[in-house]
Design a protein around this ligand. Structure first.
Ligand code: NAD
Ligand code: UGA
Length: 370
């Protein structure tokens, strides 16, 4: 069928010894950038995404159009669809899976907890079941999250630090993913690498994230809410630029060993790894707003809220020396530089003519507060 042809074409590498990678969540923010980077260097890429409406699906379709220009095909499917996934693995001998499909977002977990369980736990298990049964068994690189460090106050976070105090159900499902990865590695010899991304931002980003809607609200003259910690300190995030994250993902794929398919028999133990991918330089949310204000040349009205929001952690800060040692990961984009690129994309994508305004402010309810 035409569909099968597209699947084969998209996933066939165009360099000697190139990978054939299934990218789940390919219409997502990180998935789009990684898919393009892999394709550009000659790997075969097949995308998969269910195009759910957690945020504006038209943005996901626009990313899909972008991928199409790079001859990357995205299958419209859910990671819980076993039949479809087995069929794909029958057609294509994927060498790697870059598993980015998930229910992301920290605060939406209080509105729709089941969507986190379905995609981040059941969906991940389903994918691992398919991978374990595939021949060859692909190496898996997947997105965990900095949120697994939860209320830990060791600063900066290293991979060996405790992750048993998640502050949100989102974090708990990512932590569960790390434990599930352990069992599939242990029993079935799957090679699995978990990447703990730290608050990723950049062009084609996610509209549910603070930097994105702050930009929108500031440009529209609305006010922004800046939350503080339980003890009334500034909240900080180790905001990490998308290009750095892409390099980290490719580095992890490049150093992923093959699965050994041991299924309990005497073979070499398969690889099981977890890495921080952050920027190593936390910035407060107040500073984030100040940088955006100067980039769009609009002064925002700010509500400082002397309380944390449910599910938020007070700070994140990555120690990335392990990723540096194993695959040379080194973030190179500071927040002001990265946000400049984001704002440039934002005004282009939404066709906004930046205007110079002085003081703004309305008390519109925040989209995230509904
Ligand atoms: P995103 O929401 O833009 O991308 C995820 C994509 O997966 C979406 O396009 C969505 O439609 C798809 N998807 C969701 N559930 C699915 C399912 N059941 N079946 C098929 N497709 C499904 O998010 P992102 O920012 O690109 O994040 C990618 C990954 O990185 C996620 O696993 C996320 O949890 C993780 N992560 C992101 C950040 C960040 O700051 N962006 C930080 C830490 C971890
Ligand atoms: C982000 C992503 O949304 C998660 O998917 C991801 O897993 C996580 O990073 C991670 O690093 O693991 P978060 O850091 O909470 O989560 O990102 P935002 O939602 O963009 O919030 C950033 C900061 O802005 C937070 O400190 C939050 O408290 C603050 N914020 C948010 C405000 O001060 N005001 C708001 O109106 C919204």
């Amino acid at each position: 069928a035409a569909w099968e042809k597209q699947v084969r074409y998209s996933s066939t590498p165009r360099r000697p010894h190139g990978f054939s990678v299934l990218v789940t969540g390919a219409a997502g923010f990180v998935g789009t950038h990684c898919s393009i980077a892999l394709k550009k260097r000659g790997d075969g890429v097949l995308g998969l995404d269910n195009f759910n409406s957690y945020y504006d699906p038209s943005l996901k379709r626009a990313r899909q159009n972008l991928l199409q220009k790079h001859e990357i095909f995205i299958i419209d499917a859910d990671i819980n669809d076993s039949d479809l996934l087995s069929k794909l693995f029958d057609i294509v001998p994927f060498t790697h899976v870059l598993h980015l499909a998930a229910q992301a977002g920290v605060r939406y977990a209080m509105q729709n907890p089941q969507s986190y369980v379905k995609s981040n736990i059941a969906g991940f298990v389903n994918l691992l079941e398919i991978a374990k049964a595939a021949d060859p068994q692909p190496a898996i690189v997947w997105a965990s999250s900095s949120s697994v460090y939860g209320l830990n106050t060791q600063n900066p976070f290293s991979e060996s630090h405790r992750t048993d105090q998640p502050a949100s159900l989102y974090a708990a499902t990512k932590k569960a993913g790390e434990e599930i990865a352990h069992t599939y590695n242990h029993i079935y010899g799957l090679s699995i690498t978990g990447l703990r991304f730290f608050t990723v931002y950049g062009p084609w980003g996610r509209p549910d994230m603070a930097y994105f809607f702050f930009t929108k609200d500031i440009l529209q003259g609305k006010s922004v809410n800046i939350y503080r910690t339980q003890d009334d300190k500034e909240v900080a995030r180790d905001f990490t630029y998308i290009d750095d994250i892409v390099k980290g993902c490719l580095g992890a794929l490049d150093t992923a060993e093959k699965s050994t398919g041991s299924s309990g028999k005497k073979k070499a133990p398969a690889q099981l790894r977890v890495y921080n991918l952050g920027n190593t330089s936390p910035v407060s949310v107040g500073k984030l707003v100040a940088i955006l204000e100067s980039l769009v040349n609009v002064k925002a009205k700010k509500h400082v809220i002397r309380m944390p929001r449910n599910g938020d952690v007070p700070f994140t800060h990555a120690n990335v020396s392990l990723a540096y040692k194993d695959f040379g990961y080194k973030p190179t984009t500071d927040l002001a530089t990265g946000l400049r690129k984001f704002v440039k994309w934002y005004v282009g994508y939404y066709g906004i003519q930046p205007t110079v305004k002085k003081e703004t402010g309305s008390t519109d309810k925040h989209p995230d507060d509904s």
